[in-house]
Structures are given as structure tokens and as C-alpha cells.
Design a protein around this ligand. Structure first.
Ligand code: ZN
Length: 108
């Protein structure tokens, strides 16, 4: 018997995430404008993470390893390693690290 570890949180589609941001903006009205798009998206992302969902990862920054992992608030963080480095070394964003087979990671 193999231990596959905990199942990854389900990942929303781009459409589902955009709809969530739109709904949040609609009920926030002027607060959304005052907050700005970035803060509103962070709020929605954190709420979704709290509810047990991952949002779709952004396109990885070029020139770095493309592996990404969401933090506890759902924000994706990219590995700072060289592109194509040995996945057996795991991935590291400079603050924390994750194994290549992490169920929550998005790998190119
Ligand atoms: Zn990496």
C-alpha cells in the first residue's frame, strides 16, 4: 500500500476565479475601487483558500524554474531555481521549499 499523502485542494478554472472576483467587486462597490484590483484579487484568493480551493496559477516568470506552489492565503509563489534544475533537489522560492511531487504544486 502506498501513501499518496493528502489530496490537493481542488483548483478553480480561470472562468470560476474571474467570476468570483467579479462578484466580489460587484458587492464591494466603491470599496472595491478604493481597494484596487490587486487587493481585491488577494482578498478573493484568500477567501477561496480558506474555503479549500486553489486559484489557477499565473504564467510563470521566464528565466526561472517554472514550479509554483500556493501559500496558506492561496497566493502562488515560484521557485527561484535555474530553469531545468534537478527536480530531485526540490523547489525553493528563497523563503520556503517544496518537493517536486508536492500534490499542490503546479509544475510546467
Ligand atoms: Zn524549481
Amino acid at each position: 500500500m502506498t501513501d499518496a499523502g493528502p489530496a490537493p485542494r481542488p483548483m478553480l478554472t480561470d472562468e470560476q476565479y474571474e467570476a468570483a472576483v467579479e462578484k466580489a467587486a460587484a458587492v464591494s462597490g466603491r470599496w472595491a475601487q478604493a481597494m484596487g484590483e490587486t487587493a481585491l484579487a488577494e482578498l478573493v484568493t484568500a477567501a477561496l483558500a480558506g474555503a479549500g480551493f486553489r486559484i489557477p496559477p499565473p504564467a510563470p516568470e521566464p528565466g526561472l524554474c517554472g514550479s509554483q506552489l500556493p501559500d496558506e492565503y492561496g497566493a502562488w509563489s515560484q521557485c527561484a531555481g535555474e530553469p531545468g534544475h534537478d527536480p530531485g533537489d526540490g523547489h525553493d522560492n528563497g523563503e520556503w521549499s517544496w518537493p517536486d511531487d508536492s500534490p499542490e504544486a503546479a509544475n510546467p
